[in-house]
Ligand binder design. Structure first.
Ligand code: C2E
Ligand code: CA
Ligand code: CA
Ligand code: CA
Length: 271
């Protein structure tokens, strides 16, 4: 029972102790990884109705020395719960600036995921401007994918952070749109460029009535508001047809291409 104290808990729940140690190890490893060359950018192209690349999303991977390639859901939450999300975010930002400079012949924008924790730091705009300016990368080709999480605590400071970054030329996409409580009234007041429809919605089209209705409504609303729309997780022709017929601008998913290591992605788009 609880009265027996902490030692008893570790005795009876060894899994808990292991989870804590695992967490500490990974945290230590991640701190090291940011300064070494274990982080990898993957890139997934987005396609328009003519099957041309119209955008690309950068997705982070961690090539862990003993655990292999880790996807972000295994370590982004860890970075967010420590102070590591800031150096991690700065590293991604600097790397994507390089990528923008390496792809200057391309006209499509490149999107990166910005964690709400990273976004809510008061110095986020200043850090971003510094990295942009020292690299000389064109901000007008940069899109920040944010989630509703950035709006949770303080709508007006999130709004003014967005406007500050927009003044630099950066555009915003509302990621995971259609999940959670998409607050349409709030969305309308934000300086958004794009809505990114979540894979969980796309999964249901064209088979499920409810998913169909939501996707159709999002596309109709986006047209009214003059917003660009990208669908993620497009895996088959039926989904592609459904989305294109209703005016979805960008399609992203395994039907077109999986995320690729940045070096391989660069070779492919240069052809
Ligand atoms: P997200 O932004 O919703 O990214 C979409 C996820 O769907 C990616 O997973 C991508 O690899 C995957 N995906 C793409 N096409 C398909 C498809 O056709 N079918 C299926 N089943 N999946 C597909 P990934 O790379 O594991 O990323 C997971 C999440 O981690 C992302 O979700 C994003 O929220 C976060 N994330 C990724 N990179 C970064 C980053 O650099 N910084 C931050 N803060 N978060 C990141
Ligand atoms: Ca995203
Ligand atoms: Ca998503
Ligand atoms: Ca997301």
């Amino acid at each position: 029972s609880k009265e027996n104290g902490r030692n008893q808990i570790t005795l009876y729940e060894p899994g808990m102790q292991e989870a804590v140690e695992e967490h500490l190890n990974l945290q230590h490893d991640l701190r090291f990884a940011i300064g070494s060359d274990q982080l990898r950018l993957f890139v997934q192209s987005q396609y328009d109705k003519h099957n041309r690349i119209c955008g690309a999303e950068v997705l982070l991977r961690w090539l862990h020395p003993t655990r292999g390639m880790l996807t972000p859901n295994l370590f982004i939450p860890l970075a967010e719960s420590t102070d590591l999300i800031t150096p991690l975010g700065d590293w991604i930002m600097a790397s994507v600036c390089d990528l923008l400079l390496q792809t200057q012949q391309c006209h499509f924008p490149i999107s990166i995921n910005v964690s709400p924790i990273q976004f809510r730091r008061p110095d986020f705009a200043r850090r971003t401007r510094q990295i942009l300016e020292s690299s000389g990368a064109p901000a007008h080709r940069l899109i920040f994918e944010i989630t509703e999480g950035v709006l949770m605590e303080d709508f007006s400071s999130a709004n003014s952070m967005m406007r500050e970054l927009k003044d630099l030329g950066i555009r915003f996409s509302m990621d995971d749109f259609g999940t959670g409580y998409s607050n349409l009234a709030a969305i309308r007041r934000l300086p958004l460029y794009e809505l990114k429809m979540d894979r969980s919605l796309i999964l249901g089209v064209p088979g499920e009535q409810e998913a169909n209705a939501i996707v159709r409504t999002v596309l109709a609303m986006a047209r009214q508001l003059g917003l660009h729309v990208v669908a993620e997780g497009v895996e088959n022709e039926q989904q592609k047809e459904f989305l294109l017929r209703r005016g979805c601008h960008g399609l992203q998913g395994y039907l077109f291409s999986a995320p690729q290591l940045v070096e391989q992605w660069l070779e492919l788009i240069e052809q």
